[in-house]
Design a protein around this ligand. Structure first.
Ligand code: PMP
Length: 332
């Protein structure tokens, strides 16, 4: 393959059959290798979807500025797309994210604003600070400034509906029985649920929620109420129903602890050569639970959101793992 633009490499990721998860669930479990996107995560799709939509709606001028609040991966995706398309990028990020994500953003030339981690109800929350920054900048410069707003911007889920869902359906020749993933903005699960249900309404969609998040209780009891202690995972966990999530179609929900997630990630490193990031562990544990629920020989797909390279400070830091009472891989 020869391409003249890195943007062409976003999406069309392969499905990998996961051996151990398939074995213990009695199903065929596949992971969509989103870590193979050029920015290294599933969020390259969100970044591209949002920018293409903004261009179409003339919300972005040539050489214009994009502002976004992100836990990191959307920022990296936006940095890649904005640089390739000659836009400026300003990113607001909570200061609890791993250092490596900040370094990548700085090294890609994005302007980084770190803020304390605050709940969405607080005006100091990174998403709200980013919206405010876009408005202030527009007033100050008199130039159009585009706030990407991935949580509320519906082009996030629509791009997943158009690309991720279609790819999963085509790659399984329409034989996929179930899909599950965790929720950050809800763009992935909403887009894939709407897309797959349009192909075949019997495809089962499950939310897999991490500890410290409110989506398990939302989908099972109707109210977003936090379950379990804060998670060490990044990019997932949600306390409110975002605009993207309002469109989501979910049939069942599973809950995965950090301890289950870490055990799975270490197992897959050593037995399948898969060096996956934190949220992928939650997704795979959820896929196994969905497989067990749907019964033997079903085809289940989940998302391998990013790889482990950004998470060394957590995943391979003995003291940190000990302090969180999490399993430690025997090679550390
Ligand atoms: N995993 C990782 C590593 C992420 O960065 C994100 C995005 N926040 C997600 C999962 C969740 O995806 P979504 O925002 O589409 O719900």
């Amino acid at each position: 393959m020869i391409t003249s633009n890195v943007i062409d490499l976003i999406g069309n990721t392969p499905l990998i059959k996961l051996k151990y998860p398939s074995e213990i669930s009695g199903c065929e479990i596949y992971g969509k290798a989103e870590f193979m996107n050029p920015g290294g995560s599933v969020k390259d799709r969100t970044a591209l979807g949002i920018i293409l939509d903004a261009e179409e709606k003339k919300l972005l001028e040539p050489g214009g500025t994009v502002v976004e609040g992100t836990f990191g991966n959307t920022g990296i995706g936006l940095a890649l797309v904005c640089n390739a398309k000659n836009y400026n990028l300003k990113v607001v990020m909570p200061n609890i994210t791993v250092e490596s994500k900040r370094d990548i953003l700085r090294n890609m030339g994005a302007e980084l604003h770190l803020v304390d981690a605050k709940p969405y109800s607080d005006p100091g929350n990174y998403q709200r600070v980013s919206e405010n920054l876009a408005q202030t900048l527009e007033k100050k410069t008199g130039k159009k400034t585009f706030w990407a707003g991935q949580f509320e911007n519906l082009s996030n889920y629509k791009f997943h509906e158009k690309t991720t869902a279609k790819e999963i359906f085509d790659q399984t020749n329409g034989t996929v029985d179930g899909f599950t993933c965790a929720i950050g903005t809800g763009g992935t699960i909403t887009g894939v649920s709407v897309g797959l249900k349009n192909f075949n309404k019997n495809i089962h969609i499950a939310c897999t929620d991490s500890q410290g998040s409110s989506m398990y209780n939302y989908f099972t009891k109707g109210n977003p109420e936090k379950k379990g202690d804060e998670s060490i995972t990044e990019g997932i966990g949600q306390a409110r129903v975002t605009k993207n999530l309002e469109n989501c179609i979910v049939d069942s929900s599973f809950f995965v602890t950090d301890s289950e997630c870490m055990k799975m990630l270490y197992k897959l490193i050593k037995t399948e050569g898969l060096f996956l990031g934190l949220s992928s562990g939650v997704n795979i544990c959820g896929a196994i639970k969905l497989g067990k629920k749907l019964g033997p020989n079903k085809k289940i797909v989940t998302i391998l959101c990013d790889d482990a390279n950004k998470y060394y400070d957590k995943m391979f830091n003995k003291e940190y793992l000990q302090s969180k009472n999490l399993p430690i891989p025997d090679w550390l």
